[in-house]
Design a binder for this molecule. Structure first.
Ligand SMILES: O=P(O)(O)OC[C@H]1O[C@H](O)[C@H](O)[C@@H](O)[C@@H]1O
Length: 543
């Protein structure tokens, strides 16, 4: 089964077909199929020359299946039934979707929250297989997870070499250290960037270890591959032309829904692909995930196997390839380089500098409201707030008419599930309890109070995704960061910082990068996390 791209609106059909026609007259489908790196201009060409390998992955990844099969057999023979994946952005988002859609369990560590990492560590360590996935081999979060697990395994009398599999690019520092340590290493295709790597070892190895059928993904992607060199009936070209043309015409907020889909969580993967690929040079498409479509003129609704203004229907393996192709095409229409991420490094550098200091510059709160401290830059001209509710109202009012509010929570993504519920509670009652303890609930509560899009991201996960767009895209965002007190911190073995300190330094580093652009950027610090979330949700209720 292949992928279909359909439009539910005449204006968009017209714009897309006009743009696709222009791209065809410029020979884009043929050039892309041939791997021409000059399609995004001379400045982008050197990077594009080593970033187009994803175009052929349905074929070039096939030889990996044998190696994957052996790994799966080894893990089974060793009785390793808890697969933990340490990887950021492109090194974990695809496995999360693949295993979610296949309904097989995978614990993803893309956090520096000590509580969340501790929860994973305390879960079946005896039978845990840790997959350490990093293309560059130098990502601080992933490096920290590896160090923490190595120590935990050793402390439990387990040889880490029997429990760790590494996925990385050939020649990375991680490859070298992993070989020295005697770990199993799977090398990835170096000609594919992180966010285009779903069908490389990064997507396939952890997913297969967790029990997903990855051959099927390649089969489904292989079916759509021949369509991608066509001028007509090319779903990647049609989708890319639509996304690009809509954005150029001012519809640059992409609400992505997968309500009825059997595919679970693809919008989160698309979010990284589109935000990091297009959000630069003051331009870009802002993906909005987990939101109901609004009435704003600049919104475009994309439905995955469910009706949207653009509907993309088809199996997961083929969807990966079509969205990658479409993103590359939209990049050309927007006139940006879809393969770099020039502004991601900035927050990382800020964080590294902060970690060198003896004390983190947390500053003095502008306001304290119960368990919530307010720090940072309030929107210019805003009246001095009396309480948290005023702060939230001020931020909502400061969103420009073409802008958005980004909520970024550097907290434990799973803590809400620890909230106590009454004995004998129905599933519905339990869900209510969880959602009342979940910081992500804030997104919807604020969204009903504004016409503008509200996004939500877990830090530091989003730094490897929408973080690029926040800093490199159009400068019309308003930023609300949430951090929390750490009760039970975790040492990062061999490093002078704890996970909690790293997490806070990441938040402060990004806040600094946003504030330096003159954007309103407020940090709410929860001095008691559970009470703080409850207080924040109460304050966010419409008045
Ligand atoms: O796989 P790694 O080298 O560890 O990189 C993981 C992620 O980190 C970076 O911040 C990039 O912006 C992402 O595109 C990438 O997916």
């Amino acid at each position: 089964m292949s992928v279909s791209v359909t439009f539910g609106e005449d204006d968009l059909t017209e714009q897309a077909s006009e743009t696709a026609g222009r791209l065809v007259s410029e020979g884009v489908p043929q050039s892309l199929a041939a791997g021409d790196p000059t399609l995004w201009g001379p400045e982008a060409a050197p990077e594009a020359a080593v970033r187009l390998g994803w175009l052929n992955l349905p074929l070039t990844s096939r030889p990996l299946l044998g190696e994957i099969g052996e790994l799966v057999e080894w893990a089974r023979a060793e009785g390793l039934d808890h697969v933990v994946l340490a990887g950021m952005g492109g090194s974990s988002l695809a496995p999360e979707v693949i295993t979610g859609s296949a309904d097989v369990p995978l614990t993803v560590l893309d956090t520096t929250d000590p509580g969340q990492v501790r929860r994973a560590l305390e879960d079946r360590l005896e039978s845990t297989l840790l997959v350490v996935a990093s293309k560059s081999g130098g990502t601080v979060e992933t490096d920290s997870h590896r160090r923490i697990y190595e120590k935990a395994f050793r402390d439990a009398g387990i040889d880490p070499a029997r429990r760790i599999v590494v996925i990385t690019d050939p020649g990375s520092p991680l490859e070298l250290s992993a070989r020295e340590a005697g770990y199993r290493v799977v090398l990835a295709d170096p000609n594919v960037g992180g966010r285009y790597s779903a069908l490389t070892a990064f997507g396939l190895v952890p997913s297969a270890l967790a029990g997903a059928d990855v051959e099927r993904l390649l089969d489904d992607a292989a079916e759509v591959l021949p369509l991608l060199s066509r001028s007509e009936g090319n779903p990647g070209l049609d989708l890319g032309a639509a996304l690009g043309a809509a954005a150029v015409a001012g519809r640059d907020k992409l609400v992505i829904e997968d309500g009825l889909s059997e595919i679970s969580g693809l919008p989160d993967w698309i979010e990284q692909l589109i935000a990091e690929s297009t959000g630069k040079s003051g331009r870009g498409i802002l993906p909005v995930v987990g939101a109901d479509p609004g009435d704003a003129d600049d919104e475009l609704l994309a439905g995955i196997d469910t009706d949207g203004v653009v509907t993309v229907a088809g199996p997961l393996g083929a969807q990966f390839l079509v969205w990658e192709y479409a993103t590359a095409v939209a990049g050309r229409v927007l006139g940006i380089d879809p393969f770099n991420q020039p502004n991601v490094a900035e927050s990382k550098e800020n964080t590294a500098k902060l970690l060198d200091r003896s004390e983190l510059p947390v500053g003095t709160p502008i306001l304290v409201d119960g368990p919530v401290e307010v720090h940072g830059e309030l929107p210019p001209g805003m009246e001095a707030p009396k309480n948290l509710s005023d702060v939230l109202t001020g931020l909502l009012e400061a969103i420009p008419s073409d802008g958005y509010l980004a909520v970024m929570a550097y907290l434990d993504r799973e803590a809400a599930f620890d909230a106590p519920y009454p004995e004998g509670a129905s599933f519905e009652e339990m869900t209510d309890v969880w959602s009342a303890a979940d910081p992500a609930t804030l997104r919807g509560m604020l969204a009903v109070r504004t016409e503008r899009p509200v996004t939500f991201g877990w830090g530091p996960r989003f730094l490897h995704s929408t973080g690029q767009y926040h800093k490199g895209g159009p400068q019309n965002g308003v930023f609300l960061q949430i951090t929390g007190a750490v009760e039970n911190d975790l040492e990062v073995p061999g490093k002078p910082y704890t996970l909690g300190r790293l997490q806070l330094a990441q938040a402060l580093g990004d806040l600094g990068a946003l504030a330096s652009r003159g954007r309103p950027a407020v940090r709410l610090h929860l001095t008691d996390r559970a009470a703080g979330v409850a207080h924040l949700l109460a304050a966010s209720r419409e008045v």
